[in-house]
Design a protein around this ligand. Structure first.
Ligand code: AMP
Ligand code: MG
Length: 414
């Protein structure tokens, strides 16, 4: 049996499950709340005090006792003072009095209702109430949002802007969240030039290090971009050793994982660590290996830029999200009708770059054109990736397929 045949080809689902078996949420750390954005809480957060902390006015107007407004048509009350937000009116409101009050200022003792300015007329030290509100109107009660002791954010909660606001409202300047994964990114290939280098015959620029690092940053991971490795086992070993020394939580390589003469990544992984699988039943992205190197999960992505990006999306992304403490990593998907017939006879799961159009018959998926795994522009013009299941050789036009959205925010805003 050749080395190649020693590794059975896995489905996308199996490959992802195997990778996820090797990764777990990382340790907790306490960070300033803005650094916790996009990360996941490791503990429950409780309210230490009611929110709002005191009964306060929801409007600019006059605080009154509602019972005083029921005696005559347009009650006229003496104004005993003025309380802006941030101040406290120490005295109590006696029967028949009004206090000028601004939004957010605490209600004075004795008052139960606020009449908004729009419903009043002010004459010097007096106010006439033109429209009598219902009892209790325009007052925000202490604790009406949150009572003390309530769990306002539960362990496992991902922190977006509203959650960061809630942390602030309970007085937490720091939050305890899972540490960010440090992901080493290694591009391989004798032909790969660093960006700073002048063009040379036979060489191409390094794309994958930047795509993969950008993908890691978008997820909230910390990329450690390593110097490009030429196709020599000793160089690969040296670069991987530096990832180990930098305490990477995950290593992502690209290129050198197929069956070419200089595809040495899996040999190095086999000799320095162990290979769990090699080959995934998909296109683009079939040559992909996964294993452990000195205890660190290593994802060896294919070299073609579109394949490297797609494979990271399907396999690296869930690993990074799991390490960050997320429990879900599904990509946003929609159902769309194929605009054309698709024939695929290789039994692989295909990811086709498509434009999505809203038509009278619903959403339609139209191929972007050249589906070559090196055609980077197709990833820029595509709205999504149509998923053609491995068991479908012939999909007539109009068939419904899943489409992974490449830019869900833009799509849903349409
Ligand atoms: P390989 O699997 O190493 O043969 O790579 C497949 C194709 O992807 C080759 O045409 C490589 O030149 C290209 N490739 C590999 N790594 C990169 C990279 N970091 N940036 C751009 N292209 C790459
Ligand atoms: Mg190569």
């Amino acid at each position: 049996m050749s080395t190649r045949d020693a590794y059975p080809i896995l489905s996308v689902k199996e490959a992802r499950a195997r990778i996820l078996d090797y990764v777990a949420p990382l340790q907790a750390e306490s960070v300033p709340i803005l650094e916790a954005l996009g990360r996941v809480l490791c503990e429950n957060v409780l309210a230490d005090a009611p929110i709002p902390p005191h009964d306060n006015s929801a409007m600019d107007g006059y605080a009154v006792r509602h019972a005083d407004l029921l005696t005559e048509d347009a009650p006229r009350l003496p104004v005993i003072g003025h309380v802006p937000a941030g101040a406290v009116w120490e005295g109590a409101l006696e029967a028949g009095q009004a206090l000028r009050i601004m939004t957010g200022a605490p209600m004075p003792a004795g008052a139960d209702t606020v009449v908004r300015f729009e419903d009043t007329e002010t004459h010097g030290e007096w106010v006439t109430i033109r429209r009598v509100p219902k009892a209790g109107r325009n007052v925000r009660r202490a604790g009406e949002d949150v009572m003390p002791g309530t769990v306002v954010l539960a362990k496992g909660q991902a922190l977006g802007a509203p959650e960061i606001g809630m942390l602030a409202s309970v007085g937490q300047a720091h939050a305890t969240v899972h540490r960010r994964p440090r992901v080493a990114v290694l591009a391989t290939g004798d032909e790969i030039l660093p960006l700073e280098a002048p063009p040379e015959p036979g060489k191409i620029r390094n794309i994958n290090s930047y795509t993969n690092a950008a993908q890691i940053l978008e997820l909230g991971g910390e990329p450690l971009v390593l110097e490009v490795a030429p196709d020599r086992a000793d160089s690969l070993v040296a670069r991987l050793q530096s990832a180990v020394e930098q305490e990477a939580d995950l290593i992502v390589t690209s290129g050198g994982v197929s069956v070419g003469d200089f595809d040495l990544v899996k040999e190095v992984l086999a000799s320095e660590g162990n290979i769990d699988f090699w080959w995934v039943n998909m296109k683009p992205g079939k040559p992909m290996a996964f294993g452990l190197l000195k205890g660190i999960p290593l994802l060896a992505l294919p070299g073609n830029p579109v394949a490297a990006m797609l494979s990271f999306m399907l396999f690296g992304r869930p690993a990074v999200l799991k390490m960050l403490g997320y429990r879900q990593w599904g990509l946003s998907k929609v159902r769309a009708r194929l605009a054309e017939t698709i024939e695929r006879k290789d039994g692989r799961r295909h990811y086709l770059r498509v434009h999505l159009d809203h038509t009278e018959r619903g959403l339609t998926a139209r191929l972007t054109g050249d589906q070559g795994s090196g055609i980077l522009t197709s990833m820029i013009i595509a709205d999504g990736l149509a998923v053609i299941p491995e068991d479908r050789e012939h999909l007539p036009a109009d068939s419904l397929v899943d489409v992974i959205l490449l830019r869900p925010d833009e799509f849903w805003s349409a």
